[in-house]
Design a protein around this ligand. Structure first.
Ligand code: NAG
Ligand code: NAG
Length: 381
């Protein structure tokens, strides 16, 4: 024991008595280890920083809910980007869609801790003073929780706050708006495509299987007319760490909704919800949203795309009901209101080749078809 200690001490003495040799040794060690031994310095800002533009529904913990919730960043001299997430992130991962400088979305699985965002080669060719726009949204209507803690970038990069567009589309719907079954989820769904094409901001609250009236339906504890006013989507019921909802205050949203787009009713119809009850729910929802949205200018009420089958047959539901909603709503709002309500007749918009044959939900092409037609309608109004 004693001898060992003594020999250790004498070794240390040797080093201290030869500082020159020691530093040479240290330097060559570093050279052998290469650059990897020195991680590049990073700059980190919290997700609550004003330079992070959050959109969609986030809880108090900056945890995401609802398909399409995400954030935008504008960064100058960007070379490395890491998104740091906390433990309340879907395990093992949550799929997000990433777009760089408005380019096509691609999918990345985000996990707890640090996630490297692939920026592509175009970033290298950029003028070092030019800002890079990074858009990241959760894809899924389930397994869509990211607890967004912070953003890290190369230390010489700088953040410029993203300036949101003035026109803001709020979509409300079910699986046909949430992008269920699509490879990139909601990012390939028509509400998102329309917003991108029209260069407007987008908010989407769409829940597969959910009715509009407030009832239990296909795994959803509530209907969309209820859940819309909550931070959490109906998936909260399956979360051990967050098995509750919190109120969402639409009045506090920035930027404010200017256009409301609703396509809903497939699940109400499948449960046999009577038209009168459906219409009542619709009108109550519109009234509540109008009260909470002082910037609202247009309401688009879409009739069903329907369920297309082989041979040109398309099953529709609630025929004539949406026209009734529009009629009654216009009467309620009155002719002097600046709010404009449009009935969008989607009959014949999609055919069998526009849907997945096994679940008859729109496929990638089907969503594009719907988006193109709706863009035309909106641009003509
Ligand atoms: C993400 O994870 C899912 C499930 O494990 C997998 O099917 C998918 O291919 C992954 N996506 C990417 C982009 O790695
Ligand atoms: C969430 O709470 C409900 C009761 O409100 C319960 O039925 C359900 O099993 C809970 N879910 C989880 C994942 O704990």
């Amino acid at each position: 024991m004693i001898n060992d200690r003594h020999s250790q001490t004498s070794r240390v003495d040797q080093y201290t008595s030869g500082p020159m040799l020691y530093s040479l040794l240290f330097l060559s060690c570093l050279m052998l280890l290469g650059v990897a031994a020195l991680p590049p310095p990073l700059k980190t800002i919290p997700s609550t920083h004003p330079s992070v533009y959050l959109h969609g529904r986030w809880d108090d913990n900056v945890g995401s809910w609802w398909a399409g919730t995400g954030f935008k960043l504008n960064i100058v001299t960007l070379h490395n980007l890491y998104i740091n997430l906390g433990e309340h992130t879907t395990q093992p991962s949550a799929a997000v869609a990433v777009s760089i400088d408005g380019g096509p979305y691609f999918s990345v699985n985000f996990t707890e801790f640090s996630n490297t965002v692939p920026l592509g080669d175009s970033i290298l060719k950029k003028d070092t003073k030019a800002a890079t726009l990074v858009e990241i949204n959760v894809q899924g209507w389930q397994n869509n929780r990211i607890e967004f803690k912070s953003v890290s970038v190369n230390a010489d990069a700088s953040f410029i706050p993203y300036k949101p567009k003035g026109r803001v589309f709020q979509s409300v719907g079910d699986s046909l708006s949430a992008g269920q079954y699509l490879p990139l989820g909601v990012n390939q769904a028509w509400p998102y495509l329309v917003a991108r094409k029209l260069k407007v901001e987008s908010k989407i609250n769409a829940q597969p299987g959910a009715t509009f009236i407030d009832m239990e339906s296909y795994g959803n504890a509530h209907g969309v007319s209820y859940q819309f006013w909550k931070t959490e989507d109906t998936g909260y019921i399956w979360q051990q760490d967050h098995n509750y909802t919190t109120a969402w205050d639409v009045r506090k949203e920035q930027p404010k909704t200017t256009d409301l787009v609703i396509h809903i009713g497939a699940n109400d119809a499948s449960h046999g919800v009577p038209q009168e009850e459906f219409i009542e729910t619709y009108l109550t929802f519109l009234e509540k949203l109008k009260q909470a949205s002082p910037a609202l200018q247009n309401v688009y009420i879409l009739t069903p795309f329907g369920w297309p089958h082989e041979g040109g047959v398309v099953d529709y539901y609630y025929e004539g009901v949406y026209a009734k909603v529009v009629e009654e709503w216009k009467r309620k709002v009155g002719p002097r209101s600046s709010l404009r309500t449009h009935l969008v007749d989607c009959t014949g918009w999609i055919a069998f080749e526009d849907v997945f044959p096994d679940n008859i939900h729109p496929n990638v092409q089907g969503h594009q078809t719907i988006a193109d037609k709706l863009v035309k309608v909106v641009s003509a109004k």
